[in-house]
Design a binder for this molecule. Structure first.
Ligand SMILES: [Zn+2]
Length: 357
């Protein structure tokens, strides 16, 4: 029972606010409607324990500048292991990057209370756009507990889209929470960039923002992934992913990592993921730290491990994820996991049609 209550608590607060083809194009999937029962059953019981009152973390200073180049078109993946299948829910000419101090896996609101998405602060009424083509499967209050009309649900007014594509054989979903108003209905098909609603502060939040999640393969709180590995970076910019472990290979949680451009300028800070069953590493990278929106270039990565300062250099490439691991006394390694394969494809592929002259 205690465990259950903790779980519920985690739910509420966190809502605040490889195989892949060589071209990395999204794979079509058969839509499955099952498997949405487990969470619903648990969550239905749970109204919020207390009326929650909290403020979002203060956004960090603007990374380098508030200006961003336009985003890469989606789907974007010039490396076989990346999957930038989604564009951002806020237009490229506005603030459309996550709150720096409360990224995916962050635990700002308490230990074991992990953030299952990213928060993009935006003025009330700003259009929210579909991150990819798909069908609206939720447009209502009550998304968290799947209780339609429940205005005390922490997600507030929220939309869920089941995309027309997946990753490997997994169905992809995206979630947009805290809307002031919706612009779609369940069953409606939307294209990338269609306006599905407007920024608000409904649900558990004290400021207008969109809480954005990527889920796979089920549309459930427990199946989220880091959106910063799925949304296309600005042109000429890239993403850093890291897997930071102790010597035994255990992931280190909530470790502060600083990332400084060699050319000088602002230092970025990011923390490794907190502990929680709702936060999942990427199927390929198995990371526990991601920093998106980095201009291409050389960066110094530092953090403290067993009272010693650890340091490595990474290069960020345009439109790609750069990757490193750290394993205690074994130190740093920039070797990527083995290249993805096509293992997920069925063995008996239909014969290639031949052209008739
Ligand atoms: Zn959030």
């Amino acid at each position: 029972m205690k465990k259950f209550l903790i779980l519920i608590f985690i739910f509420i607060l966190s809502a605040c606010s490889n195989a892949i083809s060589l071209e990395s194009t999204p794979t079509p999937v058969i839509v499955e409607e099952q498997n949405q029962v487990e969470v619903q059953n648990e969550a239905v019981v749970s109204p919020s324990p207390e009326p929650f009152q909290f403020s979002l973390p203060t956004p960090g200073a603007e990374p380098i500048s508030s200006w961003r180049p336009p985003l890469y078109p989606v789907p974007w993946a010039i490396a076989p292991y990346d999957h930038f299948f989604f564009t951002r829910p806020i237009a490229a000419d506005q603030i459309n990057w996550p709150v720096a101090d409360y990224r995916y896996g962050g635990v700002f609101f308490g230990i074991n209370v992990v953030h299952t998405g990213v928060d993009i602060p935006s003025p009330e009424g700003t259009p929210i756009m579909a991150a990819g083509a798909g069908t609206v499967v939720w447009a209502d209050w009550g998304l968290f507990a799947q209780t339609p009309g429940n205005q005390s649900d922490p997600y507030g007014l929220a939309v869920a889209i089941r995309h027309d594509f997946g990753y490997n054989d997994g169905q992809l979903y995206t979630i947009y929470a805290h809307m002031s108003m919706m612009n779609v209905i369940v069953g409606q098909h939307v294209e990338t960039g269609d306006i599905i609603g407007f920024v608000g502060s409904t649900g558990a939040t004290t400021g207008p923002h969109v809480h954005f999640e990527v889920r796979m393969p089920n549309n459930s709180f427990f199946y989220t992934y880091n959106p910063e590995l799925w949304i296309a970076p600005p042109q000429g910019w890239g993403v850093l992913a890291g897997r930071i472990m102790n010597t035994k290979g255990e992931l280190l949680q909530q470790m502060e990592v600083t990332v400084t451009p060699e050319a000088g300028g602002r230092t970025f800070t990011v923390r490794t993921y907190g502990k929680g069953g709702a936060v999942n590493p990427d199927p390929y990278y198995q990371e526990n730290m991601v920093l998106g929106d980095l201009p291409a270039g050389i960066y110094k990565v530092t953090f403290k491990y067993e009272d010693k300062r650890m340091q490595t250099w990474v290069e960020i490439f345009p439109g790609q994820v750069s990757y490193f691991t750290f394993k205690g006394t074994h130190g740093f390694d920039s070797t990527r996991p083995p290249a993805p394969t096509l293992d997920f494809l069925p063995l008996d592929l239909p014969a290639t049609p031949t052209l008739q002259p």
